[in-house]
Design a protein around this ligand. Sequence first.
Ligand code: S3P
Length: 182
Amino acid sequence: MQANAANSVPERNMVLIGFMGAGKTTVGKIVADRLTREFIDVDELIASERGMPVTEIFKTMGEAAFRRMEKEYIKDLCENKRCAVLSLGGGAFLQEEIREICLSSADVVFLDIPWESWKTRLPLIRDSRPILQNKSDDEVKALYDARQAIYAQHHFKVNAGHRTPEEAAQDLIDWLTTQQRI
Ligand code: S3P
């Protein structure tokens, strides 16, 4: 069978998944910087192209519209980028089509953060995440728990709770090296 150049292993994008505030953007930027790769935060891309922050998109257009945009942007990036580091919003992987294209075309890395570590970040991020607004701490915990099965679909996991962003980034790079991706 002939190799498909578009999907050849060294050209794969890296996709970072995980709960809101796990550090996907911070770690992704460090990895991209160290590997001299392009970094794209999908939420930031949507916000800049739509001319409004994600919170505003949720407010004015609704979550369903945001999810449609999120899917189109991620599909497009997966199909057209090579070797980029992509940070996905924490809810993106709930969509089956997004999971399928990422898992088949990219290296999917889960930034895993234990609840006990994550809950200390909640006050810092609540206002900027529409999904967290108007939810009790118990409801946020239920959302966190429900998402774990979705994030379990990955190629590599980094413990983002017990590692600094620099250490987590190095863990990813070490894994890419063992996988002969770099
Ligand atoms: C969301 C996570 C956010 C953003 C939107 C919805 C979610 O991204 O996409 O507010 O459903 O978990 P971060 O994971 O970067 O916070």
